[in-house]
Design a binder for this molecule. Structure first.
Ligand code: HEC
Ligand code: HEC
Length: 285
């Protein structure tokens, strides 16, 4: 584990906190329901060479033992409750075309593996799509139904369902070919310092993971566990909302959920987790 010094501005944020209350068992392994093995540590993907990170880790590794425990049993994982609402939505006919998700896609289990490769380039649309933009495209273009709000209930529930059927499968987001330009944009955003605190994502999640910042044990800022159920706000949280929170913490203006900037950043951050398991819906504090 790297223990580099916090940058000058991050030092201002860091405070001494009693260790026992927040520390994780960083060597713990995640096995869900006693049978589903989740890869929470993996060799860093080749594109991260030079970043100083040789081993990538799920945010689960950094959570306190009690928080980790929630995810080891689906009956204890509050995020799993939301997948049930999504199964109803999956089977519900909505919109002018008289279709449900099920009428074109079969069962949710038929979508196993899809969450592992998103965001992904869509040839027909000529753009990188997140799960959210793809699902909304199905709703508006295929079903004649209204789009769901980005990072809100219905959408997060559906994403939790689709993540849950891919759990344990390795994240494998493509960054080459037509996705490369978007990926580069995301990479640049990741390393850009913002706000009064003049901090980039990398300052916290690449250079200081494993350290404490305020009362939080810093992770590598991976998104393999999204959507995440946060004990702090007792609901599912989306990737872009998490990005917003982090940027706001640097006291910077931030991009909106669903913006091209955050789509690019999502692709880049997802690709840093290539090799970890899909883990959503996960539990975090
Ligand atoms: C009328 C048929 C139809 C309906 C209804 C429909 N979809 Fe789709 N869906 C498609 C098609 C066609 C594609 C491939 C789109 C493309 O590649 O441009 C797709 C792609 C997807 C993908 C990406 C799959 C992949 O392998 O990349 C997801 C996720 C998805 N749909 C979710 C949903 C959800 C959730 C619903 C219900 C809210 C839904 N779809 C409703 C036709 C449909
Ligand atoms: C001032 C430090 C700081 C900066 C800068 C920062 N974050 Fe975070 N971030 C945190 C803290 C603290 C948490 C909560 C503990 C954890 O999971 O690391 C967090 C959590 C996250 C998580 C959730 C991880 C999980 O497993 O659920 C993601 C994703 C994330 N950050 C991404 C980013 C991105 C992308 C940026 C740049 C736009 C960024 N962060 C900038 C401090 C920061």
């Amino acid at each position: 584990m790297k223990k580099t010094l916090l940058s000058a501005s991050a030092v201002c944020l860091a405070m001494a906190v009693p260790f026992g209350s927040v520390m994780a068992d960083e060597n713990a392994d995640l096995i869900i329901n006693g049978e589903l093995e989740i890869t929470v540590r993996a060799p860093a993907p080749a594109h991260m060479e030079g970043s100083g990170i040789s081993e990538i880790m799920s945010g689960w590794v950094f959570r306190a033992t009690e928080t980790q425990a929630f995810e080891m049993d689906d009956f204890e994982n509050p995020g799993m409750i939301f997948t049930e609402a999504a199964i109803d939505a999956w089977n519900t006919v909505e919109g002018e075309a008289g279709e449900s998700c099920a009428s074109c896609h079969g069962t949710p289990e038929d979508m196993a593996g899809v969450s592992a490769v998103y965001p992904r380039w869509n040839e027909g649309a000529g753009e990188v799509r997140t799960m959210t933009t793809q699902i909304n495209d199905c709703r508006t273009e295929q079903m004649g139904a209204e789009a769901w709000d980005y990072d809100k209930n219905d959408m997060l529930n559906m994403q939790a369902l689709l993540a849950s059927v891919s759990r344990g499968m390795p994240v494998d987001v493509a960054i080459d070919g037509p996705a490369a330009e978007t990926w580069e944009m995301g990479r640049e955003l990741y390393y850009t310092r913002t706000g009064q605190l003049d901090l980039s994502c990398a300052n916290c999640h690449e250079q200081n993971y494993g350290n404490l910042i305020r009362a939080d044990h810093l992770s590598q800022g991976m998104i393999n566990g999204f959507p995440t159920y946060r004990l702090n706000n007792a609901r599912l949280n989306g990737v872009h909302s998490r990005f917003r929170g982090c940027v706001r913490d640097t006291r910077a203006e931030t991009y909106s959920v669903g913006s091209p900037e955050f789509v690019a950043l999502e692709l880049y951050v997802a690709s840093r987790g290539n090799g970890l398991s899909v883990e959503g819906p996960s539990v975090r504090n």
